[in-house]
Design a protein around this ligand. Structure first.
Ligand SMILES: CC(C)(COP(=O)(O)OP(=O)(O)OC[C@H]1O[C@@H](n2cnc3c(N)ncnc32)[C@H](O)[C@@H]1OP(=O)(O)O)[C@@H](O)C(=O)NCCC(=O)NCCS
Length: 172
């Protein structure tokens, strides 16, 4: 399945190798490093070549500038469960993050016909957590101290939305 979505304010396309410089630039910004992992080019390439995953870039409508990227996992899930593995938006606060996550919900439940969409998020990522709640995700719990950063540990929250809940929140 090749993904290509054209909306009024953005275009979503599969990431190409030549897009990775910009992806790495966005990922490496300090404001993003606090909340997403810092991968190498080859880790991103592995994801692009993994049939279970989708590496997507969000472009401006003229397709001149990459505004962010997302990684989805579980494209071949026997459990009909899709993971929003990563989302990073460079042009923050303009509504692109919310729009992109709304698209992921539609894609998961309407296009793939899946049962579950889930993600994990660092407990101090208040902005992302607020967006997931607004978009109808339910908190499943906290993985306490699950990630080691230098000498300290960080916790992550799990969020999910199921197909019935998606239908209830169809307009959010
Ligand atoms: C999280 C992220 C994807 C959101 O994308 P975005 O385009 O900046 O977000 P949007 O403009 O769509 O929406 C922002 C919403 O968060 C709210 N918000 C902003 N700062 C907030 C804060 N500190 N606490 C709670 N809510 C906050 C805004 O009010 C807005 O909601 P509104 O539309 O009701 O006003 C983006 O900021 C990002 O890439 N962050 C770094 C990487 C990251 O955290 N990724 C998610 C990992 S799980």
């Amino acid at each position: 399945m090749n993904i290509m979505v054209i909306e009024e304010n953005w275009v979503l396309k599969e990431t190409r190798e030549q897009d990775l410089d910009r992806v790495l630039e966005i990922e490496g910004k300090e404001e993003n490093l606090a909340y997403v992992y810092n991968w190498s080019r080859s880790q991103h390439l592995d994801t692009m070549n993994n049939r279970d995953q989708k590496h997507l870039c969000l472009w401006d409508p003229t397709e001149e500038r990459i505004m962010g990227y997302m990684i989805l996992a579980g494209m071949q899930s026997p459990h009909e469960s899709l993971e929003l593995m990563r989302i990073t938006i460079d042009e923050k606060g303009e509504g692109y993050g919310k729009e992109a996550i709304r698209w992921v919900k539609n894609f998961c439940f309407d296009t793939l016909g899946y049962h579950r969409l889930w993600l994990d998020v660092f407990t101090n990522n208040h902005k992302a957590i607020s967006i997931y709640r607004q978009l109808g995700f339910t908190e499943e719990g906290i993985l306490r101290d699950c990630k080691k950063y230098g000498d300290s540990y960080r916790s992550m929250m799990l969020f999910s939305i199921l197909e019935g809940e998606y239908k209830e929140h169809a307009n959010s």
